[in-house]
Ligand binder design. Structure first.
Ligand SMILES: [Zn+2]
Ligand SMILES: [Zn+2]
Length: 283
């Protein structure tokens, strides 16, 4: 693949009030030669908050686009960068938590959009209803508190009053007493704080998504040199090692250019699939 540095010497803007620049700025600047301008001039929680005071409108990608546009507008740049995360159950294994991070770069001049991603179960995302400090402490320990902050509110997840960013045991005790006193049902809703500054594990996933973005930015189209020449599809059909029957395992990777449509097919790392993955040998 062609090495390009189309960002070299250019300025990009990132809007964040949750310190995402800590991982995005060094990774992006070192990997592409651009200069990242960080702005905090707009409250990103207005695009949606994990603690539900503001519901997120539209998809994760749509919100990332709006944030990147806002950053460009505020900083007066032609390049905008934005990060947006989502949390929920794992799509295939519902008892596992799942985090998907997007770090998006928009080039308004070249009319390009390139997206770095990281998706895995490495997250403390969880919530619990507790009635006393012993139960709260048990949840806190599992949630990797106090390095990872907590949020709590009286009664249930919909209570309008909440305390965010709890990051020491004395504060947790105090906030719990406050919420128990306010509570109608004698319960407190406790959850992990998923904001980047409150969650070192999430910060690492944002870094991984930025590394993915840098790799895509540095991958130029063999046809027209446009950056972002990346995998757009994975084709199943890898033959079984025993019977040769096509399986659901990935056989081919399809790389494509979003500008000129140039496509390249590459064979996956494996030549055959394990018989355990074969519908014929292991129905
Ligand atoms: Zn191309
Ligand atoms: Zn087979």
């Amino acid at each position: 693949m062609v090495e390009v540095s189309f960002l070299g010497g250019r300025s990009a803007a990132l809007l964040t009030k949750h310190q995402k620049e800590k991982v995005i700025k060094p990774t992006l600047e070192k990997g592409t030669g651009c200069r990242l301008i960080v702005t905090t001039a707009y409250d990103t929680d207005l695009f949606g908050a994990f603690t539900r005071e503001v519901a997120r409108r539209g998809s994760q990608l749509a919100v990332a686009r709006r944030k990147a546009q806002k950053a460009m507008e505020l900083a007066g740049t032609e390049l905008g960068v934005a990060s947006e995360g989502s949390f929920g159950p794992h799509p295939a294994i519902p008892f596992l938590p799942f985090n998907r991070e997007i770090v998006l770069l928009i080039d308004a001049k070249a009319k390009l959009e390139i997206r770095g991603e990281c998706a895995n179960s490495d997250t403390n995302f969880a919530s619990a209803v507790v009635k006393n400090f012993t139960q709260a402490a048990e949840f806190a320990n599992q949630a990797r508190f106090p390095d990872h902050f907590l949020v709590l509110r009286p009664d249930s997840e919909t209570h309008p009053e909440l305390v965010k960013g709890i990051n020491d045991w004395a504060w947790l005790k105090e906030a719990l007493s406050w919420a128990l006193a306010k509570s109608v049902n004698g319960q407190v809703f406790l959850e992990t704080d998923m904001r980047a500054l409150a969650n070192p594990t999430r910060m690492q996933n944002i870094k991984k998504a930025t590394i993915d973005l840098v790799a895509k930015l540095n991958s130029g189209c063999p046809g027209c040199k446009t950056p972002g020449f990346a995998i757009v599809a994975r084709e199943p059909g890898l033959p079984c090692e025993l019977c040769g029957f096509p399986t659901k395992e990935v056989a081919k990777l399809i790389f494509a250019c979003q500008k000129c449509g140039y496509q390249v097919e590459k064979l996956g790392a494996n030549k055959t699939a394990a018989a355990a993955r074969c519908d014929y040998c292991n129905p």
